[in-house]
Structures are given as structure tokens and as C-alpha cells.
Design a protein around this ligand. Structure first.
Ligand code: GDP
Ligand code: MG
Length: 291
């Protein structure tokens, strides 16, 4: 235990840069939800990776957004929280993205914290463009390294882990080694259901929906879960329910399979769709639904 290293690592970057994919790849568990649409990650998620000689506590943060709704203000607060007590910042960039807008974003964090630049999606990026990104970022003072990876194809993740651990202080672990996350199961269940809304529905609708797990009960042979999908309009409700309930059935089936895989138990999942007018601007609802 002499040179055991531990620390908190904040994951930042534009929406869709691949933050959740990276976290999942590093933890080998489906903790953060991943979808092709931006902004699926609303809450700060802690993932904990414990190995023989280190423990890394990851924060998966929402992308930095304009504060259009109160919901977004909350999300921005989460970003600030993640900054506090962070030993290292991982700043994730899509290999196809431009340097200037990302440098601006990194500087808007107003952090002097050591930062590892992670150029992701190198399976899609062009060598010349990647070199340009590297040159642009290498001149920044807080940048301690630049690593090229593909989170999706899991390339160079060992190099990345080595670079992270090298930046962490010598410190005993913060959490028991079998702790994967400090979030209650309900949270992950809600996220897995919400993820299915993204895949099942088109366009903007999922951004108008929240999922609240009302009941989570371990029975003898299965786990009973009752959850509300909360939307702001009747029209949204009927889209989610679908013809004769077909869409809701499909969402429920797909979510149930994911949850069963995650908790390794049979699941009975009951979903309800509720209309709460304007929930995104209502403090009370935001609190109740865990934002
Ligand atoms: P986040 O918003 O930063 O958390 O981004 P996500 O992890 O949700 O990823 C956004 C999209 O980029 C998803 O469709 C991912 O499958 C995709 N993606 C993530 N990493 C890679 C990568 O290394 N290569 C490619 N080609 N796609 C990736
Ligand atoms: Mg994400």
C-alpha cells in the first residue's frame, strides 16, 4: 500500500465528445448512459475504478450548456461541483472537432487544475487534424499531457490510465474496493429507462421527459420496480404510450432487459406516464424528480 495513489478525476468536454462512452469503457460497466444524442447525461455520476495500486473516482459531467431552462442551470451547478475537490481534469475532444471552440470551453472552466487532454474518436479523425489539435493544446499551461484514444474501440485506454494515475497523489483509497459507485440503484434504473426514451422516440421529446423510480423492492424471486415517466404535455404522453400502448411496452421491455443484466436478477417493471405541466421550470418537481 506504500505508493497507492487515489484521487478524483473530473471528465469534461462538449456534449457528444464521448465522455460517457469513455467512462463505461474504463469501468467495464454500463454506468453512464450513452446515446447518439447530446445532453443525455443530466446528473453527475461517480464511477470508481479500483486496482491493485490505485483508485480513480470519476465524475461524468453534463456537457457545458447554455442555461435555457432551470434544468440547465442545475446541470451547470453540477459542473461547478465536479470542479471542487478534483485532482485532475480529463478534457475530452472529438478528434474531428476544431481546437478554438474547445480551448474556449476549457478556459471557461476557469480551472488551473492539471488537465489531461484526451483526443477521442481517433478511429474517425484525420492525422493532420489531430496534429493541429495537439499543437494548439500543448501551449496551454495546465495541460500535463495529450492522449489519443478511441473510447468506442477501447484503444490506448491503458496509456490513458497510466497517465491519469501518474497525476494522482499518493493516498489510501477513499472507497471500499468493491464500491463501484455511490449512486443508489434507483438512479441507475431511472437512467436506463430514460435511455430507452432516447432510442425509442424521435427528436426533442426525450429532453422533455424525466424518469422517477417510485418503488424499488427486492422480492424473493425478483425485483419489483415501479417508475413514472414525467412529461410536460398530453401530446407527449400519447406519443410515449403509442398505439394501444405499444411504444410503452417496447420501452419497458428494453429497459427491463438492461436492468436485469445490471442487477443480475429478474425484474418486474411497471411504467406509468404522467403529465406535469412545465416541470422543467418548476423547482419543486425538479427536486422531487432528483435533479
Ligand atoms: P458524451 O455526451 O460526451 O457523454 O458522449 P457519449 O459517450 O454519449 O457519445 C456520443 C456519441 O459518440 C455516441 O454515439 C458514441 O457511440 C460515439 N462515440 C464515443 N466514443 C467514440 C469513439 O471513440 N469513436 C467513435 N467513432 N464514436 C464514438
Ligand atoms: Mg454523456
Amino acid at each position: 500500500m506504500n505508493d497507492f495513489r487515489s484521487g478524483f478525476v473530473g471528465i469534461f468536454g462538449k456534449p457528444n465528445a464521448g465522455k460517457s462512452t469513455l467512462l463505461n469503457a474504463l469501468l467495464n460497466e454500463k454506468l453512464a448512459i450513452v446515446s447518439p444524442k447530446a445532453q443525455t447525461t443530466r446528473n453527475k455520476i461517480l464511477g470508481i475504478l479500483t486496482e491493485k495500486n490505485y483508485q480513480i473516482v470519476f465524475n461524468d459531467t453534463p456537457g457545458l450548456l447554455q442555461s435555457v431552462y432551470k434544468l440547465h442551470e442545475r446541470m451547470m451547478k453540477e459542473v461547478d461541483l465536479a470542479k471542487q475537490g478534483t485532482d485532475l481534469i480529463l478534457f475530452i475532444i472529438d478528434a474531428r472537432d476544431d481546437a478554438a471552440s474547445n480551448i474556449e470551453l476549457l478556459q471557461s472552466l476557469k480551472s488551473k487544475q492539471n488537465t489531461l487532454i484526451v483526443i477521442n474518436k481517433i478511429d474517425k479523425g484525420k492525422v493532420g487534424a489531430i496534429e493541429k489539435l495537439k499543437t494548439a493544446f500543448s501551449s496551454l499551461k495546465q495541460v500535463v499531457g495529450i492522449i489519443e484514444i478511441s473510447a468506442l474501440q477501447k484503444t490506448h485506454l491503458d496509456t490513458l490510465l497510466d497517465a491519469i494515475v501518474a497525476q494522482l497523489p499518493v493516498m489510501p483509497p477513499y472507497y471500499d474496493e468493491d464500491t463501484l459507485t455511490d449512486r443508489p440503484m434507483r438512479f441507475f434504473v431511472a437512467e436506463m429507462i430514460r435511455e430507452k426514451l432516447f432510442f425509442a422516440l424521435d427528436e426533442e421529446l426525450p429532453y422533455h421527459a424525466a424518469v422517477y423510480v417510485r418503488q424499488y423492492e427486492e422480492k424473493n424471486t425478483l425485483t419489483k420496480i415501479v417508475a413514472d415517466i414525467v412529461v410536460s404535455r398530453e401530446t407527449q404522453k400519447s406519443i410515449i404510450i403509442g398505439k394501444g400502448g405499444s411504444m410503452l411496452t417496447r420501452i419497458g421491455q428494453e429497459a427491463r432487459l438492461d436492468i436485469e443484466k445490471f442487477i443480475e436478477r429478474k425484474v418486474f417493471l411497471e411504467l406509468h406516464v404522467k403529465v406535469r405541466k412545465d416541470w422543467r421550470n418548476n423547482d419543486l418537481f425538479l427536486k422531487e424528480y432528483g435533479y
